[in-house]
Design a protein around this ligand. Structure first.
Ligand SMILES: *Cc1c(COP(=O)(O)O)cnc(C)c1O
Length: 429
């Protein structure tokens, strides 16, 4: 779609794009932070999504239920807390491309990574290696390092980090697949991001899952930056497990609940090693309070504790908006919106040598975020953006991440960003 549009660097063009945008009304469903009394140009949904205006009423409803029913709220009413986890399943399944029994919302992202590793990383003398991407998000690095130590192994001998080729910023699929084949029978697990937080690259999860399976390894993805952003078909791709957070593109509020995916092929494996809790136990027998863990079918069998109802209420407020907008419509707009941003950055920074976009040019290999490598001026370029009301983020050593989201950003936002970029960049040429 985006290829067919002749983009223009003008306000009238951006406004025309907004008029034609079928999702334009969704912007008004969110609160925007203010800068000097003016709405910020918010391009930081990759870090913390904006608050839906409905969130408060969703939480209030559960506060009312608690006030009115107290402990009876667990079993009474249409949204009894005992079953509340089920409510988010249809939307989550659609967002990650799964069956409803393959997903559940619970815990936080890093906690879920650990719990899933307990099941999916069971090293043996022969098969013990883990492939991941170099420069992974720190929590993921610490998680892998300490999981490996937990098994009494040496992280340096176990973790194989894949780095881009000399002079390149992103990984080539062929190199990832080759590395998996090379590790072959020693490879226990591929555990990497689905969308790399620093470069914005979307990995070819389908091909990775396929080749990992061929060598007999499990494959898991951290989808923190992919969920609610990039197209996902976890079930069809045969991914073993995945987890994500909901406060980035999924707008559920700071630190809010994570989600997990466990493929159907592991749905009924009561002997699979796991760290269990009562909420993963057969729900029909949960209150018998008896010995002997019997996991629920599917992803629910990995739950530990009873649902955090207030957190899930905020989560649901956002998921309902996703359902209303439609994940395919969102992606369609996202491709065009980010391509427009890319066009304007190239128009403006052109041969100044200040900015290099390191996110792949191929729209299939990226979500909405573009990562701008700053060659001149360093963090001062970012500070200049910030002073002018642009909220993006700076990531060490030298990248500015700009993420226009299709739910609440407009083409005019992108145009206004370009104007500020044009003004700022002159200081660093
Ligand atoms: C945001 C992010 C996290 C954050 O983890 P929390 O447990 O939610 O604090 C972890 N991993 C990746 C890849 C992320 O992008």
């Amino acid at each position: 779609m985006s290829n067919q549009i002749n983009f223009e660097y003008s306000l009238s063009f951006a406004q025309k794009m907004d008029e034609q945008d079928p999702l334009k009304s969704f912007r008004s469903k969110f609160f925007f932070p203010k800068f000097d009394g003016k709405e910020a140009i918010y391009f930081c949904g990759n870090s913390l999504g904006l608050q839906p205006k409905t969130t408060q009423s969703y939480i209030q409803k559960e506060l009312d239920n608690w006030a009115e029913m107290a402990v009876d709220g667990h079993f009474h009413g249409e949204d009894a807390w005992y079953h509340i986890r089920k409510k988010s399943k249809p939307a989550l399944a659609e967002i990650v491309g799964a069956h409803e029994h393959e997903v559940v919302a619970m815990n936080n992202l890093t906690s879920n990574l650990h719990f899933l590793m307990v099941s999916f990383y069971q090293p043996t003398a022969k098969r013990f290696k883990i492939i991941t991407e170099a420069g992974a998000f720190p929590s993921d690095m610490y998680m892998l390092e300490t999981q490996v130590k937990f098994h009494g192994l040496n992280p340096d001998e176990v973790i194989v980090e894949l780095a881009p080729r000399e002079g390149e910023h992103t990984l080539r699929t062929e190199d990832i697949l080759l590395a998996i084949k090379e590790q072959g029978e020693e490879l226990a697990l591929v555990m990497m991001a689905g969308l790399q937080y620093y470069t914005g690259q979307v990995f070819d999860m389908k091909a990775i899952a396929q080749v990992a399976k061929e060598v007999g390894a499990y494959v898991g993805f951290d989808l923190a930056h992919a969920a609610g952003n990039a197209p996902l078909a976890l079930h069809d791709w045969g991914v073993d497990f995945a987890t994500w957070c909901s406060y980035k593109y999924m707008n559920s509020g700071p630190g809010n609940v994570s989600g997990i995916f466990v493929h159907e092929k592991h749905a009924e494996k009561p002997d699979m090693i796991r760290f269990a809790g009562w909420w993963g136990h057969d729900e029909g027998e949960r209150f018998k309070m008896e010995k002997g863990f019997k996991p629920m079918f599917g992803a629910d069998g990995w739950q530990l504790a009873n649902s955090n109802v207030l957190a899930l209420a905020a989560h649901q407020a956002s998921l309902d908006i996703f359902q209303e907008a439609g994940i395919k419509n969102l992606r369609q707009k996202s491709e065009t919106l980010t391509s427009y941003l890319e066009f304007l950055i190239e128009e403006i920074s052109g041969d100044t040598g200040v900015i290099e976009i390191i996110t792949p040019k191929n729209v299939k290999e990226r979500g909405c975020q573009l990562s701008l490598l700053i060659h001149k001026g360093g963090k001062a370029v970012f500070d200049e953006f910030y002073k002018n009301g642009i909220v993006g983020d700076w990531r060490n050593p030298n990248v500015i991440r700009i993420a226009p989201t299709p739910l609440y950003n407009s083409f005019e936002d992108v145009y206004r960003f370009a104007q500020i970029l044009e003004k700022s960049i002159k200081k660093f040429v």
